[in-house]
Design a protein around this ligand. Structure first.
Ligand SMILES: C[S@@+](CC[C@H](N)C(=O)[O-])C[C@H]1O[C@@H](n2cnc3c(N)ncnc32)[C@H](O)[C@@H]1O
Length: 254
């Protein structure tokens, strides 16, 4: 969907507001990005192609671009209002970035990014998908990674055990307070304000884009992800970091 940013938009402020809003919900978000970059460094000899799934404004792409100066970094996202901010952010990196507007629920998206990726990464996006959609995505990731390439996802990963989940949610509330930096928009507040700036009816825009919510708000258990990754053709599958019901997990393409 075409969205034109106003000529005089202060895009840096909107990117900052997005990150601050995400920080409110995602404790240790910056650390997660650093861990992902480090895990790629530690497992890959050469990093030339990286893909960020559900890249939003490009917050995870940025540390990847900085850590791997020879890498081309692709970002895929279906929200053109966020991609428009990412485009502004990456003007300096235009030779090494490619932003693709596509809906990951539709089958054709792999054709738009090609294959032989050294790493596929994602942050707080995959819980938007239903279990069926996500297991299909894992198979698609395996197809477009080169053998030995790594998949890493930082996202919610809940527990099938009610008591543990409850405890994690309590821990999460404590952690959110600890990491909160103040003056952040909440999710709806960010979209209301950004919609006013873009002069679009953001509620309608987002409803059309996302349709009915089919995701798992607090994430599926790690065990579920491990099984589906194995079925898709990954090995050395593991959880590399955990904080309450958030985790970084992934595996190496066989
Ligand atoms: C919570 S945001 C995280 C964005 C970014 N990874 C970050 O950490 O700032 C989740 C992102 O996934 C994107 N997304 C969700 N479903 C998608 C789909 N079906 N196709 C493409 N992108 C999708 C959303 O538009 C949103 O930008």
């Amino acid at each position: 969907m075409d969205v034109t940013l106003p000529n005089n938009i202060d895009w840096q402020t909107w990117i900052r507001r997005w990150d601050k809003m995400q920080d409110l919900y995602i404790p240790a978000r910056k650390e997660r990005f650093e861990i992902i970059a480090r895990l790629i460094t530690d497992t890959q000899r050469k990093v030339l192609r990286v893909l960020d799934i559900g890249c939003g404004t490009g917050s995870l792409m940025m540390p990847i671009l900085k850590t791997f100066p020879n890498a081309g970094v692709w970002g895929i996202e279906f929200d053109s209002t966020l991609l428009a901010l990412a485009e502004k952010r990456f003007v300096k990196f235009s030779k090494r970035t490619l932003l693709v507007e596509a809906d990951l629920r539709k089958s054709g998206w792999t054709g738009l990014v090609g294959s032989r990726f050294d790493a596929i990464v994602s942050a707080t996006a995959l819980h938007w998908f239903s279990p069926e959609q996500l297991s299909r995505l894992y198979k698609q990731f395996a197809r477009i990674l080169r053998p030995g390439g790594i998949f890493l996802n930082a996202d919610h990963a809940g527990s099938a055990c009610k008591q543990i989940q409850k405890d994690w949610e309590n821990q999460r509330r404590f952690l959110s307070r600890k990491y909160e930096k103040g003056n952040a928009d909440d999710w709806d507040g960010f979209w209301r304000a950004y919609g006013r700036e873009l002069k679009i009816n953001v509620k309608d825009f987002r409803k059309k884009l996302t349709g009915a919510w089919v995701g798992t708000e607090l994430g599926l258990p790690l065990q579920w992800h491990f099984e589906k990754l194995k079925e898709a053709g990954f090995m050395k599958i593991d959880c590399f970091w955990r904080m309450a019901y958030d985790a970084i997990y992934g595996g190496i393409k066989k």
